[in-house]
Design a protein around this ligand. Sequence first.
Ligand code: ATP
Length: 244
Amino acid sequence: MAGSDLTISALTVSYGPVRALRGVDLEVPHGRIVAVLGGNGAGKSTLLRAISGTLRFHRGGVTSGDVRYGGKALGRLGPAGVVAAGVVQVPEGRHVFGRMTVAENLRAGAIGAPRGGQTDRVKDWVHELFPVLVDRAGQRAGLLSGGEQQMLAIGRALMARPKVLLLDEPTLGLAPQMAERIARTIERINAEGTGVLLVEQNASLALRLAHSAYLLEVGEVTLSGPAEELAATDEIQRRYLGID
Ligand code: ATP
């Protein structure tokens, strides 16, 4: 349904004199998983900040182009307005509220949810996806392992009932087994109809999960297409998958 695609058009973003994105076009079609690959400093986090309306917290701004969800421009809505529109970011580095309990973190996530009294149902679903969050409900989030904090960060974002989830390096620093668990959960979330924009340095995992993918290099999209096509290119195999 084209009406609920996330569309980024000719997006240029600067931090003062530093141009971090140059004319980026990208689309997350309704209910799809789209991966963005790229090395350090390519502009991946900047892209997510531009979508979620958080650029100004990093002294950045959109110079030209726009971001639309379901045809509606997100650019002027601000972070809370973007969440209310259904686009919710799980930030890099977990960023759970460390001094609050797991249960309080989940409740905080529901603040941005559309009205409609579905909070208990969504919480049950989050608990089903991540049973460990039930066991740890009364514990301070800062005491969880890295993998558990990532689960909580995703669970907290789901409490806002996103239509599109923005994931910034969800497997960074996790053991391979935990990274796989997170990957399976992303698939389950997507199977419920939630679109996913996945920024990952782990190209092999991202290309397995995604329907389509983009390669970002120094602020520009240099390759894009179906994930399996990108995975078959020399460029991706050599530089991002470690295949000679
Ligand atoms: P990483 O994986 O290292 O986070 P990235 O692909 O997410 O990399 P960005 O963090 O988006 O890349 O950075 C893109 C460019 O913008 C880099 O050149 C970076 O130095 C610059 N940049 C990012 N944040 C700021 C900022 N707050 N002020 C100035 N320059 C910034």
